[in-house]
Structure formats: C-alpha cells, structure tokens
Ligand binder design. Structure first.
Ligand code: ZN
Ligand code: ZN
Length: 658
C-alpha cells in the first residue's frame, strides 16, 4: 500500500465522475487526499461540501471499489471535520465501507454513536455480521430491531442460508410472509437455495407456486435459483422446464442447466448445452468450465477436453483452483497422466485441493509410490492433509497393492491427524485387505466399523471373494448386498460368476433364476473410444456399427494370431449351458475387444489406444489385451468401472488386480 497505492487510487478514481462541477470537485478532493493533505482539501472545498454532502457517498463508493482502506480512513476524518459525520446516510455508507473492508468493529461503534438510525443502518450491520461469520450477533441485532423492511429480512434469511441453517431460514421466511412482507428476488433466491441445501423438493414446489403468484417466474435470479433447487433435489426435468421457460438466458441460467446435466450423469447433455451456450454468444465462466471439464472426464473425451482447456486459458479461468483441479482429474481420467502432472506443476499455487487432486490422479493410474511421494512433499511444504487427501492416498494404496503402507496411512489419519474415517475410507481398506485375500479381516472390519455399511462396501468384498474364488463367503456377502439393494444386478452377476468359477452349477442356475424372477437383467457391457474427435460405441449384442463386418473379420484373424502366442480363451465365467464354441464367440465379442480392434484398425501406429468401459474388464479380456499389446506393439489404455489399465508389452499396470 503506502503512498504509491493511494496515488493510483486517485488517478483511476477520476474516471468515476462525469465532467460536472461535482466531478471536478471530487477529482480535486481525491487528489488532495492521496497526498495526505486532508485538511487542505477540506479547507479548499469546504463551501462546496456543505452544499453537497452526497459527494461523500460517491467518494466512499470509490474507496470501496478501489479497495483502499487508508483512503477510506482519510475520507472519514474529512467527513468528521466537515461536520457531516452524524448524517445517517453518510454514516450508513461508512459502516458499509468498514464492514466490506473487514473492519466490523469500527462499523459497530459507528452504529452505536449514530444519533438517528434507519432500516439501512441495521441491514448493513446484519450483512456485516453475516459476512464476518458472526451469525449470532446478526440474529441478535435482527431480534432487537423493531422496524424491519424487506432488506432486513433478506439479510438475515440470506445469512442463515449461507451458513446452511436452512430450516431456520425457511421458518423465518414463513414468518416474514405471515407478517405481510412481500419478498423480492433476493429473498426468493436465498429461500430456494435453502430448499436446495435441504433437498426439500416439497417445500421447494410450494415456493415455486408462490413465485408464480408473485410474478417472479421469469426473473433471472429467481428462475435460476428455482432450477437449481429442482436439480439439487433430484428433479432434473423440472429444473430444465424452468430454464426452458425463461425468456432470456444469462450465464447463471446456462451454468445451472449445464451443472444439472453433469451432476445427474448426462455428460453428453452438458457438453451439448455448452456448445449451444457459445453459439448463443454467452461467455462461459469458471463455473461453466468446472462442469464441462468434469463432463469430459466422465466421457473420457480427450480431444474435447483439450479444446475446452484451451478455451479456459483464453477466458482466463485456468488460474482458478476449482478449474485447475478439474483439469488435473480430467487428464488423469482420459488416460494422460503426464498432462495431469503438467497442469499440476504449472499451477502449483499452493492449494491443498490441487495436491489432493494430483494424488488421486496417481492413484487412479496405479502409481502408488508417486502418490505417497507427493504426499510426503506436500507435508514438507507445510500443508495439512484432510479427509479427501487421505481418501486419495488410501485409494492409491488399495489400487497398487501397498497393503502395509495403506494400513499405516489409515492409522496416521486416525491417530495422527484426528480425521474420523468415513464409509469411503473403510471401503478402501476393505478393498486393500480383500486384494490380499484377507477376507475374514475385511468382513470383520465391515461388521465392527462405527458407520453403517452400504451396498458398495459389501460389493467391494464380494469382488474380492470372486477373485479369491471363495464361493461360500461370496454367498454370505451377496446376501448382505441384496438386503440393502435387492435389485443390484451386478451383485447377482458377481455371485453367479464366483459360483461358476467354483463349478457350482446348481448355485449358478439358482442365482440366474432369482434374477429372472426379479426381472433383472445384467447391465450390458459398453465400451467406447474417440477416433478423430468422434465417439464410437460398442456393445456385445449390438451390431449397428457401420464397420462391424470388418471388425469381426479383423478380430477373427487377431484371435488366431493370439492363440499361436499361447492365448487360451477363459470360458470359466461364461454360462455353462453353451457349447464351447458359442462361449468363445461370446468372449471374442466383448465390447472392449470390439473397441480395441476398431482402434487398431483406425488409429495410426505408434499412438496409444484409449478405451473406456462402463463395467469392469473381464478376466479373459484382460489376458487377451495383454497379449494384443505385445503382438501389435501397441500401448492400450483401458479405463473400466474401477480403475485404469495400462497395457504395454504384454503386461498391465494393475498387476492383474482390479
Ligand atoms: Zn471381456
Ligand atoms: Zn489391468
């Protein structure tokens, strides 16, 4: 700060005023202030200021917009010497200024000595308390204030919602309504945010009716908050309807729509709306970028992700922590760990979120040692790991088979850092134990942990049972999953495959029958890859791809070549009632094999083939892809439902555990 800072303030503040006398006066005044000649400024301009005390409010505003507390203080002295300090309007402006500069105590003392207060004085102070996080004092002042206007109610309702006292905020809103206050767009916006926070769809719908009654339906602020409320409360369709009905879409409306699509698992929809947004001439902001970058992660569309990265740089959004961290995970999820590292190193702005994102990226790629190394660097740099960091670390350990290290970190987290383990942390540990065949230990952990197990943690153990061919335990564990989620077809499939690999055909057909009885179908395996910016999708039963004939021919040749190199199709987990040729046909046509064949046919030699799959890669495909990577001398990267597999030269980075 110092004098140079004040000098800058004075020059840029000149633009603030038009070329009237007031403007000239203001310019002179600011210029004097910046040189510290407060008294002289006042002496010179005394007459005019008496004539126009409102000049001070302009000056205070310009101090706020220039973010200069020292200049503000000087102005305050000038105001005191001018005798205007008891003017309630000027006093309100000063209180507002001090509270915006974080000098709440000064604002409070000003409020205390004000001879005459109005609505504004109280509202400014309530807002100031809320801003400084002192909700209690805000509430106290609100209760003590007999005269309230809509802004008073807004200030307290918004404050309560901001600190997620949603229920209390909603009940105050009801009270406000009963007392006959007519809410404005800001009240309704806050109230809807509160409903969204509570996922209170029913209350939200009531507010919606009220919004229509008040005629705020097409208001930008209210409309976007309404749509956001619906989307947060699980109703994407209603949210879209609200946005669609709005006559004009601003960036907030677009963001609400795009984020809704992303959060509800429609990444294609999010990207589609993103291009419509650009076509409509609306400039994306950091919130847009976070949504669309995570949609690219979801779809693993590297080409599009890179393009959006370039657009974020152009828009200057690439220095925002949330954008950087979504870029780190996007590159990781698209299989380009190197680019994640590049983004991380370029932007090492020292934020815990970024360290955690990078640790997670290493974990996702099975690079446990690097993840741990980074964690150690992070600790050395003085960052304190939180629950998210530890989750990334435990995930990395469980995916890399670092059992001892994983258990050690879990203990460090609980005892050293005092972080309460969540269900996700326990799931990682169960995965870690399960991988090493410590099935009893894993089961004991689930049964003794203080949090309630969900279907996912049991399914994690079920996968371990399948891997270690423990059919007895699989049965017990599957029952636990199905008790929580009776329609989980994946668990039935896991169980039947476990029984099949133990050659318990009777049990297999029982499981299949149970599935049929409940009308459950196995979720079809779908794989996709991007070739020349276009997504090609493959599904076992679906022959709709235009090149399917060539692909089948190619696969046939490839399979015989593979067999010469020792590949034996593993038909163990395919239904036993087929003859062996039929089983083999089924295996050959697993979606990931189709996608890889298409990639080999269309992606130039030397470039890696990146395939995504919605389910886990099956054992047979895993063996097959290892051999393909060797005989075709190709790097093949497969992202399945649980992790990344880097196949190169006949081996996979997962070490055959997934
Ligand atoms: Zn397969
Ligand atoms: Zn693998």
């Amino acid at each position: 700060m110092g004098n140079s800072g004040l000098g800058q303030v004075s020059f840029s503040s000149l633009r603030f005023f038009s070329t009237t006398t007031t403007a000239t006066l203001a310019a002179d005044l600011i210029s004097f202030c910046s040189e510290g000649l407060v008294k002289e400024a006042f002496e010179k301009l005394r007459f005019h200021i008496w004539a126009d005390p409102s000049l001070f409010s302009h000056l205070i505003q310009s101090c706020i917009s220039r973010n200069s507390l020292p200049l503000g203080r000087q102005l305050h002295s000038l105001i005191i010497s001018s005798g205007c300090s008891s003017d309630k309007f000027i006093c309100n402006h000063l209180m507002n200024m001090y509270s915006k500069f974080g000098q709440l105590q000064t604002a409070v003392s000003l409020y205390g000595v004000m001879p005459k207060k109005n609505f504004m004085s109280c509202n400014i102070l309530i807002n100031g308390y809320v801003r400084s996080g002192d909700l209690e004092s805000a509430q106290k002042l609100f209760d003590e204030t007999p005269e309230r206007n809509v802004a008073t109610w807004n200030a307290i309702v918004a404050g309560l919602m901001q600190f997620e006292y949603n229920e209390k905020g909603l009940s105050l809103f009801r009270e406000m309504h009963e007392l006959g206050f007519f809410p404005d767009e800001f009240t309704l916006g806050s109230v809807l945010r509160g409903c969204a926070g509570l996922r209170a769809l029913h209350a939200g719908r009531q507010v919606h009716d009220y919004v229509i009654k008040c005629g705020f339906e097409f208001n930008m602020v209210v409309g976007s908050s309404l749509a956001h409320m619906y989307m947060k409360s699980g109703s994407l369709g209603d949210g879209e309807k609200v946005i669609q009905a709005m006559p004009f879409w601003n960036v907030v409306a677009w963001n609400t729509l795009i984020a809704g699509k992303t959060q509800h698992g429609y990444p294609e929809g999010a990207l589609h709306h993103y291009s419509m947004m650009k076509m409509a001439g609306c400039r994306p902001d950091k919130i847009t970028f976070v949504s669309v970058i995570s949609s690219c992660s979801e779809l693993a569309t590297l080409g599009q992700g890179q393009q959006i990265h370039a657009e974020a740089i152009k828009a200057g959004a690439n220095t925002v922590v949330a954008v950087i961290s979504s870029l780190i995970s996007m590159y990781s999820r698209c299989g380009c760990l190197k680019d994640s590292v590049k983004v991380f190193v370029e932007h090492e702005v020292g934020d815990l979120v970024l360290w955690s994102a990078m640790i997670a990226a290493y974990g996702f790629h099975g690079r446990g040692d690097e993840a741990i190394e980074l964690f150690e660097d992070m600790e050395k740099s003085g960052f304190e790991a939180n629950d998210v960091t530890f989750l990334s670390l435990l995930y990395a350990c469980s995916h890399c088979g670092l059992k001892e290290k994983g258990l050690e970190l879990f203990e460090l987290m609980v005892k050293g850092y005092g972080v309460e383990p969540s269900l996700e942390h326990y799931t990682c540990i169960v995965d870690l134990l399960g991988r090493f065949g410590c099935l009893d230990e894993a089961e004991a952990m689930i049964r003794s942990m203080p949090v309630k197990p969900d279907a996912i943690i049991w399914k994690t153990l079920l996968s371990a049972c399948k891997l270690h061919k423990n059919a007895d335990m699989a049965k017990i564990v599957a029952e636990e999953v199905l008790r929580i989620d009776p329609r989980d077809s994946a668990s039935y499939v896991l169980l039947s495959n476990t029984q099949a690999s133990a050659k318990r055909w009777q049990e297999v057909s029982e499981v299949r029958k149970a599935m049929r009885d409940r009308n459950l179908k196995k979720e079809p395996g779908i794989s996709w890859l991007e070739v020349k910016n276009q997504i090609h999708q493959f599904c076992m039963a679906d022959k709709s791809h235009p090149d399917m004939e060539e692909i089948e021919l190619y696969l046939k040749e490839l399979t015989s070549e593979m067999k010469l190199r020792g590949y034996v199709p593993d038909t163990g987990s395919v239904l036993h009632d087929m003859d062996s040729e039929e089983k083999e046909y089924n295996l050959v046509h697993h979606s990931e094999k189709l996608a890889i064949a298409f990639g080999l046919m269309n992606i130039p030699a030397g470039l890696p083939i990146r395939v995504m799959k919605n389910l886990r890669v099956c054992g047979d495909c895993h063996v097959a892809i290892k051999i393909i990577s060797k005989i075709r001398n190709r790097e093949i990267i497969v992202r399945d439902a649980s992790r990344f597999h880097h196949f190169k030269n006949g081996i996979c980075s997962c070490g055959d555990y997934w």
